[in-house]
Write a protein that binds this ligand. Structure first.
Ligand SMILES: [Zn+2]
Ligand SMILES: [Zn+2]
Length: 237
């Protein structure tokens, strides 16, 4: 096993020991790291600034992470001032008065300009941090599938709370051709079956006849099922 495979496996085991989806946890941790580095580099690096400008800054989730990053205010202000300056220039094109004597032609050219402007928003490249994380996520998924059925990893996934649906989809997407995909999915299936049972036990205890019974692991099943379907806000889907 290579050094990087060992490191990826260790990262997986560590993330699986925390509550919730391990890939959501890794996405949070990696994004915080990427943003801290990007905020430092992007201010100085022209190529980075071009990327930010084209993407219109960060996606809502990563923008929130950037705002929470210590000492980020000055870098965030500089980067977004650049993005705003560029976007204001583009907006200015739309407000240039068109001579009324042009009649229908002026209406057509204005409509074309409006549509071209809308396209710059709808076809903007993705958030640069999302791009970095998606590449990293692919490497993590590959490492999990390649290492399977390494006993410590199997154990860690089995005793964890499993992956959310969004990351189960990413696992299937990345691992379609992988010989270990089905075995990993079977563990995920067992997690979902257990959650289904806990949810049923929770619902049963909502009935006044059983309301006096103490809660077991099903106490937070209703929260876990929501997390399963709705990964934390912004986790790339
Ligand atoms: Zn997840
Ligand atoms: Zn993002």
């Amino acid at each position: 096993m290579s050094k990087s495979d060992r490191a990826a496996q260790h990262t997986w085991i560590e993330a699986l020991q925390q509550p919730g989806c391990a890939l959501c946890r890794l996405a949070e941790r990696s994004s915080q790291r990427y943003i801290a580095t990007l905020l430092d580099e992007a201010v100085m690096d022209v190529a980075h600034r071009d990327t930010w400008r084209a993407a219109r800054g960060l996606c809502p989730w990563h923008a929130t992470v950037a705002l929470q990053t210590p000492q980020s205010a000055s870098s965030v202000a500089l980067l977004y001032a650049d993005v705003l300056r560029h976007d204001l220039m583009q907006l200015a094109v739309l407000t240039v008065p068109v001579p009324s004597r042009w009649g229908w032609r002026s209406r057509r050219t204005l409509r074309q300009r409006l549509q071209a402007w809308l396209r710059t928003w709808s076809q903007a490249p993705p958030c640069p941090v999302c791009v970095l994380w998606q590449a990293q996520e692919g490497r993590y998924v590959q490492a999990l599938l390649d290492a399977w059925p390494e006993p410590t990893l199997v154990h860690a996934l089995t005793v964890s709370t499993g992956l959310c649906w969004a990351h189960t989809c990413h696992l299937v997407e990345h691992g379609q051709q992988h010989p270990h995909l089905q075995a990993v999915l079977a563990v995920q299936q067992a997690h979902l079956q257990r959650l289904r049972g806990e949810l049923a036990a929770f619902i049963r205890k909502q009935d006044y006849r059983f309301a006096r019974e103490a809660y077991g692991p099903e106490a937070d099943a209703w929260r876990r099922v929501v997390a399963l379907y709705g990964a934390p806000v912004g986790v790339p889907r």
